[in-house]
Design a protein around this ligand. Sequence first.
Ligand code: FE
Ligand code: FE
Ligand code: FE
Length: 170
Amino acid sequence: MAKEKTLEDAFYETLKDVYYAEKASVKAQKKAAKAAQSPELQAAFKTHGEESQNQVERLAQVFELIGKTPRAKTCEATVGLMNEMDEDLEDFAGTEASDDVLIGCAQALEHYEIARYGLLKTWATKLGYDEAAALLDATLQEEKKTDELLTQIANASMPKGKSGAKAKAA
Ligand code: FE
Ligand code: FE
Ligand code: FE
């Protein structure tokens, strides 16, 4: 009979999932920085792209801490979110809504990361991997900060079109 799976196994499997998601995120930030219209949004994606590269390194450290070789396993959720981003970028390219739509896609990726890093941090702590938990928390805080920044940017920009709040107020 197969050996019963443990939380240790779940931790390793989820780590591989997030390793895939984080590598995809590096690419997504680059793509989003190119697609963004406002300089502020471009800068946010550029900064988070650099952070994401560092987050990939942190995950490699976590693999090392549990005595495993870093390995990625296709994350279907990330594949889906990336496909949605591609579709939205195509549909809304050059429109007044393009930055808002782009922020929405980027936040979906951040929220997935927040869910996963939060989970991994909890599990690392339960399993006694304190050093790994600290690394995962450092990344979790960066993901949360990025999510909040994107919300701020979305709130600060006024819609330019007829349907916009400004037009209504006038
Ligand atoms: Fe990330
Ligand atoms: Fe996944
Ligand atoms: Fe992120």
